[in-house]
Design a protein. Sequence first.
Length: 145
Amino acid sequence: MTAIAIDYGAVRIGVAREIAGTGMVAPLATVPPAEFESKLNEWIAEYGITEVYVGLPKSLSGAAGKQATVVSVWASELAKKYSSLNWYWVDERLTSVIAGRELSGMGKSTKEQRKIVDAYAAMLILEQAILQRDNEGVASAEIIE
């Protein structure tokens, strides 16, 4: 099993990938939404992707807001189109905030962060998903339909 994680945004989509056989993850790319599907096809071929974890933005209370609805529609359409892949939701509360703080701690300026924060947030989403998968099994993740 090789997985990617997605941090969806209207301007940029951050993607991270699992490094097969290692349990490690790495930022893969930040792409405009219009280019995402062509890149997904490349990644499926190049990395043998079998699982996709999509960050579902919820409020701190756990409620789904407007952005969660946008992401839900987008991811559900892709899950139908790419039905050979296993698609799962991951609660992504605060991943972008944590990613920004970690990048700041690495000395990245706000301008430098803009280019990579989404892929870094996707990496945090994927780390969380892999821990859950390895400890509880993928059956515990919410499936995207």
